[in-house]
Ligand binder design. Structure first.
Ligand code: PLP
Length: 487
């Protein structure tokens, strides 16, 4: 493909995206394919000679579009939103023109400084305490990672390294492995599985603490577990608090957890993957009260702020906890002649991002943040959050009007957890009917043994009309359940 082909095909692809992808909202949210469908559509090895662009374009519909769950469908109410706005798609396109690693200032001054500025912009939008933002006088700051999973794992590994060093100050003969067996971390039963995975990766026991009936962690149980571990000679190092859990959008009490963590010098990480975006609206900021007690905070801007994935932002109050956790320079000395190497950063407050996380050849993610925030503005983003929550409230009111149903957890953001009154089987059977019908997409969840269906305002195309449509389908399917199941 030469430059002129690129220009021509680029325009054609944008037209294709607009004509095809963004008109798909009228289509069903579920994929249309059977298992193994692709082997009938594509050869089993790469072509020796180049294919034609027009043939590739023609194949996108059957190979790709027919085989994806259509999150753009206004009738998609599954998991959590994953949206890419037009400005952020354009930003994403542009960033691939500069594949300069955003590892350090020496390699990419624009990349480092834009990331610093964008994490500060976002931090201010979320009303994070100043300690989390870049400032010459402080050691806080943000970094753009790929995922909430990467974020919690990075923090847990950093907490592990920090504790090992602290323990060795008084017990220099202890081996790292011996210390690791004594380390413990904690999260709630509502935490995303990625938190459990972080425990597995770091070889640190992750204790699961019970939640209350609203999905928030039981802080007394957390404190009891921590005290009991200390009494047994173990070392609590990390608590992952949740704001907007995946299952029911439950919220932990950060003030209570923070008090316990600070008392016992435990790293408190906050996973606000979905809910974080809501804090750009002042009326939801109360959910973040206590964040000042946290060590780190993360949210996925690629969920509700409509920034093309991946764009997960992690902030820390003390960036040295990350940058000093993984001493890679020692290895680099062996590999390269570093005697005369230029400093990676021109000033102490400019981060060497390759030390902040797993990746070295970091990509230039801040461009799409810059595009999105400049071309949308804060007011429009607040409007998205508010509109979605108002539609969730509309759905909640429809559920409440039908006395066969009940709401399981108070509706805080754009997630409604509801069930048919009575046995679990009723709600399970209802969901099966809805799934077989395929006009709307929802997933089940459970809290403290109560099975329910999650209804999420997920697509940016959903309107109040679609909410009424979804409710009509749900009621229609409830009517079809065998009479003996309905009270
Ligand atoms: N935490 C919460 C609350 C989530 O909802 C999710 C995913 O939806 C995750 C963590 C994992 O996010 P990621 O896929 O970015 O690792």
């Amino acid at each position: 493909m030469d430059v002129e082909d690129f220009r021509k095909h680029g325009h054609e692809l944008i037209d294709f995206i607009i004509d095809c992808l963004f008109s798909q909202e009228k289509e069903l949210p579920n994929p249309k394919v059977e298992t193994g469908y692709m082997s009938k559509l594509i050869p089993d090895k790469a072509p020796e000679d180049p294919d034609e662009w027009k043939d590739l374009l023609k194949d996108i519909q059957p190979v790709i579009l027919d085989g994806i769950t259509n999150l753009h469908s206004p009738n998609y109410h599954g998991f959590y939103p994953l949206r890419s706005s037009f400005p952020s798609i354009l930003g994403e396109l542009l960033r691939h023109c500069f594949e300069t690693p955003t590892a350090n200032w020496m390699a990419n001054p624009a990349g480092i400084e834009l990331e610093m500025n964008m994490t500060n912009w976002l931090g201010k939008m979320l009303q994070l305490p100043e300690e989390f933002l870049f400032d010459k006088k402080r050691s806080g700051g943000g970094v753009i990672l790929t995922s909430a999973s990467e974020s919690v794992c990075t923090c847990l590994l950093a907490a592990r390294t920090h504790t090992i060093r602290e323990v060795k100050k008084t017990n220099p003969n202890l081996k790292d492995g011996e210390i690791i067996t004594k380390l413990v971390s904690y999260t709630s039963a509502e935490a995303h599985p990625s938190v459990i995975k972080a425990g597995l990766i770091s070889c640190i026991e992750m204790r699961i603490i019970e939640t209350d009936s609203n999905g928030g962690v039981n802080t007394s149980a957390l404190e009891k577990a921590i005290l009991s571990d200390i009494e047994n000679g173990l070392i609590p190092i990390f608590v992952c608090a949740n704001l907007g859990s995946t299952g029911c959008c439950g919220f932990d009490n950060l003030n209570e957890i923070g008090a316990v963590c600070n008392q016992h010098k435990i790293w408190m990480h906050i996973d606000a993957a979905y809910a974080g975006s809501a804090f750009i609206c002042p009326e939801y900021r109360y959910l973040l009260d206590g964040v000042e007690l946290a060590t780190s905070f993360n949210f996925n801007a690629h969920k509700w702020l409509e920034i093309a994935p991946p764009c997960s932002v992690l902030w820390v109050k003390n960036s040295k906890l990350l940058s000093e956790a993984f001493p890679v320079d020692l290895c680099a000395e062996n590999n390269f002649d570093n005697k005369d190497k230029a400093p990676e950063s021109p000033a102490e407050h400019i981060p060497v991002y390759r030390h902040w996380s797993l990746q070295f050849t970091r990509d230039f993610k801040s461009i799409k943040v810059w595009f999105q925030l400049r071309l949308m503005g804060i007011k429009a983003l607040q409007e998205i959050v508010r509109t979605d929550i108002s539609m969730a409230k509309l759905f909640e009111s429809l559920v409440k009007e039908d006395n066969r149903f009940e709401i399981v957890v108070p509706v805080t953001l754009a997630v409604v957890c509801f069930r048919l009154k009575g046995t679990k089987k009723k709600t399970k059977d209802l969901l099966e009917l809805i799934r077989a019908d395929r006009r709307i997409f929802m997933i089940p969840s459970a809290l403290n043994g109560i099975f329910f269906i999650r209804f999420v305002i997920s697509s940016s195309k959903t309107t109040p009309k679609d909410v009424h449509f979804a409710w009509k389908v749900i009621q229609e399917k409830a009517d079809q359940l065998p009479q003996q199941l309905i009270e």
